[in-house]
Design a protein around this ligand. Structure first.
Ligand SMILES: Nc1ncnc2c1ncn2[C@@H]1O[C@H](COP(=O)(O)OP(=O)(O)OP(=O)(O)O)[C@@H](O)[C@H]1O
Ligand SMILES: [Mg+2]
Length: 178
Protein backbone atom coordinates (compact mmCIF):
# COMPACT_ATOMS: atom_id res chain seq x y z
CA UNK A 1 0.00 0.00 0.00
CA UNK A 2 1.32 3.44 -0.89
CA UNK A 3 1.22 6.29 1.56
CA UNK A 4 1.81 9.98 1.20
CA UNK A 5 1.98 12.97 3.55
CA UNK A 6 -0.32 15.91 3.18
CA UNK A 7 0.19 18.50 5.93
CA UNK A 8 -0.31 16.76 9.27
CA UNK A 9 -2.37 13.90 7.83
CA UNK A 10 -1.24 10.56 6.56
CA UNK A 11 -3.10 9.77 3.34
CA UNK A 12 -3.52 6.15 2.30
CA UNK A 13 -3.99 5.27 -1.32
CA UNK A 14 -6.07 2.09 -1.18
CA UNK A 15 -5.99 1.53 -4.90
CA UNK A 16 -4.74 3.30 -7.98
CA UNK A 17 -7.68 3.18 -10.35
CA UNK A 18 -6.23 4.63 -13.49
CA UNK A 19 -2.68 4.98 -14.69
CA UNK A 20 -1.37 5.80 -18.13
CA UNK A 21 1.68 4.73 -20.04
CA UNK A 22 2.43 6.29 -23.41
CA UNK A 23 4.75 4.58 -25.84
CA UNK A 24 5.97 5.07 -29.39
CA UNK A 25 6.61 1.94 -31.38
CA UNK A 26 9.06 2.31 -34.27
CA UNK A 27 8.40 -1.02 -35.96
CA UNK A 28 5.92 -3.90 -36.11
CA UNK A 29 8.48 -5.95 -34.16
CA UNK A 30 8.46 -3.44 -31.28
CA UNK A 31 4.66 -3.57 -31.17
CA UNK A 32 4.84 -7.36 -31.12
CA UNK A 33 7.40 -7.19 -28.31
CA UNK A 34 5.05 -5.09 -26.18
CA UNK A 35 2.36 -7.68 -26.91
CA UNK A 36 4.68 -10.55 -25.95
CA UNK A 37 5.41 -8.90 -22.61
CA UNK A 38 1.68 -8.44 -22.00
CA UNK A 39 1.06 -12.07 -22.94
CA UNK A 40 3.73 -13.25 -20.49
CA UNK A 41 2.21 -11.24 -17.66
CA UNK A 42 -1.43 -12.02 -18.49
CA UNK A 43 -3.65 -13.91 -16.09
CA UNK A 44 -6.91 -15.79 -16.57
CA UNK A 45 -9.86 -13.42 -16.95
CA UNK A 46 -7.74 -10.50 -18.16
CA UNK A 47 -9.39 -8.20 -20.68
CA UNK A 48 -7.37 -6.07 -23.10
CA UNK A 49 -9.42 -3.59 -25.12
CA UNK A 50 -7.75 -2.33 -28.30
CA UNK A 51 -8.97 0.89 -29.91
CA UNK A 52 -7.54 2.47 -33.03
CA UNK A 53 -8.06 3.04 -36.72
CA UNK A 54 -7.43 0.61 -39.59
CA UNK A 55 -3.81 -0.44 -39.76
CA UNK A 56 -2.87 1.06 -36.39
CA UNK A 57 -1.37 -2.26 -35.26
CA UNK A 58 -4.09 -3.97 -33.18
CA UNK A 59 -3.63 -7.37 -34.81
CA UNK A 60 0.15 -6.99 -34.72
CA UNK A 61 -0.06 -6.38 -30.96
CA UNK A 62 -2.41 -9.34 -30.54
CA UNK A 63 0.05 -11.58 -32.36
CA UNK A 64 2.67 -10.64 -29.76
CA UNK A 65 0.21 -11.34 -26.94
CA UNK A 66 -0.36 -14.81 -28.44
CA UNK A 67 3.39 -15.48 -28.55
CA UNK A 68 3.73 -14.31 -24.94
CA UNK A 69 1.06 -16.86 -24.00
CA UNK A 70 2.99 -19.57 -25.85
CA UNK A 71 0.36 -19.98 -28.53
CA UNK A 72 2.11 -21.96 -31.25
CA UNK A 73 -0.30 -21.69 -34.15
CA UNK A 74 -1.28 -18.00 -34.26
CA UNK A 75 -2.46 -17.04 -37.73
CA UNK A 76 -3.73 -13.70 -38.98
CA UNK A 77 -7.44 -14.13 -39.37
CA UNK A 78 -9.71 -12.26 -41.76
CA UNK A 79 -11.64 -9.53 -39.96
CA UNK A 80 -15.02 -11.14 -40.67
CA UNK A 81 -14.17 -13.77 -38.07
CA UNK A 82 -15.68 -12.44 -34.85
CA UNK A 83 -13.97 -14.64 -32.29
CA UNK A 84 -10.88 -16.78 -32.63
CA UNK A 85 -9.73 -19.12 -29.88
CA UNK A 86 -6.10 -20.05 -29.40
CA UNK A 87 -4.54 -22.30 -26.78
CA UNK A 88 -1.25 -21.59 -25.05
CA UNK A 89 -0.37 -21.22 -21.36
CA UNK A 90 -3.94 -19.88 -21.11
CA UNK A 91 -6.69 -19.69 -23.71
CA UNK A 92 -6.61 -16.53 -25.81
CA UNK A 93 -9.92 -15.23 -27.12
CA UNK A 94 -9.38 -12.77 -29.94
CA UNK A 95 -12.56 -10.83 -30.61
CA UNK A 96 -12.79 -8.43 -33.58
CA UNK A 97 -15.79 -6.09 -33.61
CA UNK A 98 -14.83 -4.42 -36.91
CA UNK A 99 -17.79 -5.75 -38.87
CA UNK A 100 -20.39 -4.70 -36.32
CA UNK A 101 -22.07 -1.33 -36.62
CA UNK A 102 -24.82 -1.46 -34.00
CA UNK A 103 -24.31 -2.00 -30.31
CA UNK A 104 -27.37 -4.33 -30.27
CA UNK A 105 -25.52 -6.70 -32.58
CA UNK A 106 -22.64 -6.84 -30.09
CA UNK A 107 -25.05 -7.38 -27.18
CA UNK A 108 -26.48 -10.41 -29.01
CA UNK A 109 -23.14 -12.10 -29.64
CA UNK A 110 -22.93 -13.84 -26.26
CA UNK A 111 -19.41 -12.60 -25.60
CA UNK A 112 -19.62 -13.08 -21.84
CA UNK A 113 -18.10 -16.54 -21.91
CA UNK A 114 -14.99 -15.00 -23.45
CA UNK A 115 -14.98 -11.78 -21.44
CA UNK A 116 -15.53 -13.41 -18.06
CA UNK A 117 -14.00 -16.79 -18.83
CA UNK A 118 -10.90 -18.73 -18.01
CA UNK A 119 -8.69 -17.08 -20.61
CA UNK A 120 -7.32 -13.77 -21.81
CA UNK A 121 -9.74 -11.80 -23.96
CA UNK A 122 -8.39 -9.29 -26.48
CA UNK A 123 -10.98 -7.13 -28.23
CA UNK A 124 -10.13 -5.28 -31.44
CA UNK A 125 -12.30 -2.27 -32.29
CA UNK A 126 -13.40 -2.18 -28.65
CA UNK A 127 -14.60 1.43 -29.14
CA UNK A 128 -17.64 -0.02 -30.94
CA UNK A 129 -18.86 -1.79 -27.81
CA UNK A 130 -17.37 -0.03 -24.78
CA UNK A 131 -20.62 0.20 -22.75
CA UNK A 132 -21.02 -3.59 -23.01
CA UNK A 133 -17.44 -4.52 -22.16
CA UNK A 134 -16.04 -5.06 -18.64
CA UNK A 135 -15.29 -1.84 -16.78
CA UNK A 136 -12.11 -3.36 -15.37
CA UNK A 137 -9.75 -3.61 -18.32
CA UNK A 138 -6.49 -2.59 -19.87
CA UNK A 139 -7.45 -0.08 -22.56
CA UNK A 140 -4.85 0.27 -25.31
CA UNK A 141 -5.29 3.12 -27.77
CA UNK A 142 -3.21 2.82 -30.92
CA UNK A 143 -2.72 5.49 -33.54
CA UNK A 144 -0.85 5.85 -36.78
CA UNK A 145 2.05 8.33 -36.69
CA UNK A 146 3.99 7.40 -39.83
CA UNK A 147 4.54 4.38 -42.03
CA UNK A 148 6.57 2.65 -39.33
CA UNK A 149 5.59 4.49 -36.15
CA UNK A 150 2.58 4.00 -33.92
CA UNK A 151 1.63 5.66 -30.67
CA UNK A 152 0.25 3.36 -28.00
CA UNK A 153 -1.41 4.55 -24.81
CA UNK A 154 -2.08 2.01 -22.08
CA UNK A 155 -4.76 3.02 -19.60
CA UNK A 156 -5.50 0.84 -16.59
CA UNK A 157 -9.03 0.53 -15.30
CA UNK A 158 -9.05 -1.39 -12.02
CA UNK A 159 -6.38 -2.50 -9.60
CA UNK A 160 -5.51 -5.72 -11.46
CA UNK A 161 -4.33 -3.65 -14.42
CA UNK A 162 -2.41 -1.12 -12.29
CA UNK A 163 -0.52 -4.14 -10.98
CA UNK A 164 -0.01 -5.41 -14.55
CA UNK A 165 1.37 -2.03 -15.61
CA UNK A 166 3.80 -2.03 -12.70
CA UNK A 167 5.02 -5.51 -13.70
CA UNK A 168 5.39 -4.34 -17.29
CA UNK A 169 7.95 -1.67 -16.45
CA UNK A 170 10.91 -4.04 -15.84
CA UNK A 171 9.97 -5.84 -19.10
CA UNK A 172 10.50 -2.65 -21.10
CA UNK A 173 14.27 -3.07 -21.00
CA UNK A 174 13.86 -6.00 -23.39
CA UNK A 175 12.20 -3.89 -26.10
CA UNK A 176 14.93 -1.52 -27.12
CA UNK A 177 16.46 -3.17 -30.13
CA UNK A 178 15.13 -1.90 -33.51
N1 LIG B 1 5.23 0.33 -35.40
C1 LIG B 1 4.32 -0.49 -35.95
N2 LIG B 1 3.49 -1.19 -35.16
C2 LIG B 1 2.54 -2.01 -35.71
N3 LIG B 1 2.34 -2.18 -37.03
C3 LIG B 1 3.14 -1.48 -37.85
C4 LIG B 1 4.14 -0.61 -37.35
N4 LIG B 1 4.78 -0.06 -38.41
C5 LIG B 1 4.21 -0.56 -39.50
N5 LIG B 1 3.22 -1.42 -39.19
C6 LIG B 1 2.39 -2.13 -40.17
O1 LIG B 1 1.07 -1.66 -40.00
C7 LIG B 1 0.16 -2.72 -40.25
C8 LIG B 1 -0.68 -2.93 -39.01
O2 LIG B 1 -1.65 -3.86 -39.33
P1 LIG B 1 -2.61 -4.53 -38.30
O3 LIG B 1 -3.36 -5.55 -39.06
O4 LIG B 1 -1.89 -4.93 -37.07
O5 LIG B 1 -3.57 -3.29 -37.94
P2 LIG B 1 -5.00 -3.33 -37.28
O6 LIG B 1 -5.05 -2.18 -36.34
O7 LIG B 1 -5.29 -4.68 -36.75
O8 LIG B 1 -5.95 -3.04 -38.52
P3 LIG B 1 -7.48 -3.45 -38.76
O9 LIG B 1 -8.29 -2.37 -38.12
O10 LIG B 1 -7.59 -3.47 -40.24
O11 LIG B 1 -7.72 -4.79 -38.13
C9 LIG B 1 0.99 -3.96 -40.57
O12 LIG B 1 1.13 -4.07 -41.98
C10 LIG B 1 2.33 -3.64 -39.94
O13 LIG B 1 3.43 -4.27 -40.59
MG1 LIG C 1 -6.80 -6.11 -37.06
Amino acid sequence: METGRLGAFQIEVASIKTAHLQLISHSPEQTQRLGTSLGKLAQADDVFLLCGELGSGKTCLTQGIAWGLNVKEYAFSPSFVLVREYYGRLPLYHVDLYRLDHIEEIANLGLDEYLYGDGVCVVEWAEKGLPLLPQDNLLIKLSYLSQTERSLTLETNGTRYSQLLRSLKPEMKTWNSP
